[in-house]
Design a protein around this ligand. Structure first.
Ligand code: GDP
Ligand code: IMO
Ligand code: MG
Length: 429
């Protein structure tokens, strides 16, 4: 039985949503396992564009979609997204969408705290999405969280809410903010519970039963390996583990559930938010990549920083996340460039490095060593077969495979669902 786990191989926004949507036609279940509505996954199907933040991308095809326990769930954002999709004609019901009862909730004061900290950080800002993701994960690990299952027991939440509010009131006081309006919080929770609870299920049972039947499960990661709280460019990271291993713990399946690990990798590099970015381009080429690639954040509308492909980073991502094969996306954005650079190593204080050093100051100081390749004048936009690619583009792909030590399974050549080249079927492995 073949499962596939899709993860981002860089700093997010690699095109995971498009690839998950494409693969979802061959899966019986699509499951999110970490992150929250900080994610922004864009799907283009014909004339319709769908933007998903919290819901698995499989929902657009009607595939059974599961939000696993590893996700932090903002119940109001959840309702807004379900309603938005319904308005676009997508059926979203408790029959095709299940939410783990054990998901910790993102509450309004988590969002407040995220913004307060960012605003107080000056030049030390992370550049978070301000969705309350970090504070909600802190409360989960601190054993203070309110979870989806608590929504069915609101009358018994007294002591739990006391503890949670006391913790946050102390933090709020430090920022000169008023205490949490407890009565309003309880009223709001009571009101949203009726919307969320019909979707709440022991999803680990659903998924284990699906596995036992031989159903194919497609795990949809959010963010990317370089934003992983352990393996990323700490502290400029998100607050969850974004690697494929989280698919198991974040849904309630064993460690061998992940199956084929498909790393989604952009043919160049982008980053949104602060933090080191060795191959960043502050010039006309960076602008061009941003314009052609429409590099604006799905969630926050922020301009994404752009740069050359960094083979050092992707090689490291593939290694730490156990990537079986990559989907190389946005190849078309490079069309028409005279020359293309690939970072193959770093220079740091007279030394040559083949990996990203651990310390933030060293990460900021490394200088990329580039290999230069000819570009291609032809268009790859919309190519659906290997034969439609110019020889020079194929050379570029082959060189990337060599440098990152990982084969290409898919190539994507436009935002549109079907503009995808299948090189090696991840479900067949
Ligand atoms: P995700 O967060 O990894 O799902 O990626 P996003 O959806 O945030 O950002 C990727 C953007 O690139 C979206 O606007 C996609 O529609 C678009 N996209 C995906 N694949 C391709 C591709 O191969 N070529 C082009 N030009 N755009 C693509
Ligand atoms: P998808 O799934 C790109 C970045 C934020 C910030 C850092 C921490 O669409 O690829 P957080 O709100 O998580 O505490 O922010 O992580 N970030 C993303 N960048 N794509 C994402 O998701 C991201 N989710 C978070 O910009 O730098
Ligand atoms: Mg995104």
């Amino acid at each position: 039985m073949a499962n596939v786990t899709v993860i981002g191989g860089q700093w997010g926004d690699e095109g995971k949503g498009k690839i998950v949507d494409w693969l979802a036609s061959r899966a019986e279940v699509v499951a999110r396992f970490q992150g929250g509505h900080n994610a922004g996954h864009t799907l283009v199907v014909g004339n319709e564009t769908y933007k998903l933040s919290l819901l698995p991308s499989g929902i657009v095809r009607g595939t059974l979609s599961v939000i696993g326990n590893g996700v932090v769930l903002d119940p109001w954002a959840f309702r807004a997204e379900v309603e938005r999709l319904r308005a676009q004609g997508v059926a979203v019901t408790p029959e095709n969408l299940q939410v783990a009862e054990t998901c910790p909730l993102i509450l309004p004061f988590h969002r407040d705290l995220d913004a307060l900290r960012e605003d107080a950080s000056g030049s030390g800002k992370i550049g978070t999405t301000r969705r309350g993701i970090g504070p909600a994960y802190e409360d989960k690990v601190g054993r203070r969280a309110i979870r989806v299952c608590d929504l069915a027991h609101l009358g018994e939440l007294g002591a739990q809410l006391d503890r949670l509010c006391a913790h946050h009131d102390a933090l709020r006081a430090g920022f000169g903010e008023p205490r949490i309006d407890r009565a309003r919080l309880e009223r709001d929770l009571g009101e949203i519970a009726g919307f969320v609870l019909p979707f709440a299920r022991p999803v680990w049972i659903t998924l284990n039963e699906a596995r036992a039947r031989g159903d194919r499960i497609l795990f949809e990661g959010a963010q990317g390996v370089l934003l992983d709280v352990d393996h990323g460019t700490y502290p400029f990271v998100t607050s969850s583990n974004t690697i494929a291993g989280t698919a198991a713990g974040g849904t309630g399946l064993g460690p061998n559930a992940a199956g084929f690990v498909l790393g989604i990798v952009k043919a160049y590099t982008t980053r949104v938010g602060a933090g080191p970015f060795p191959t960043e381009l502050d010039d006309a080429i960076g602008e061009r990549l941003g314009e052609r690639g429409r590099e604006f954040g799905t969630v926050t509308g922020r301009k994404r920083r752009c740069g050359w492909f960094d083979a050092v980073l992707v090689r490291q991502s593939c290694a730490v996340a156990g990537v079986t094969g990559i989907a190389l996306t946005k190849l078309d954005v490079l069309d028409g460039l005279e020359e293309i650079r690939i970072c193959t190593a770093y220079r740091l204080g007279g030394e040559t490095l083949g990996h990203l050093p651990a310390h933030a100051a060293d990460q900021a100081a490394v200088e990329p060593i580039y290999e230069v390749m000819d570009g291609w004048p032809e268009s790859t936009h919309g190519a659906r077969s290997w034969a439609q690619l110019p020889a020079q583009a194929i050379k570029y792909i082959r060189r990337i495979e060599e440098l990152i030590r990982c084969p290409v399974a898919l190539v994507s050549t436009s935002p549109e669902r079907e503009d995808t080249i299948l090189v090696r079927d991840p479900f067949a492995d």
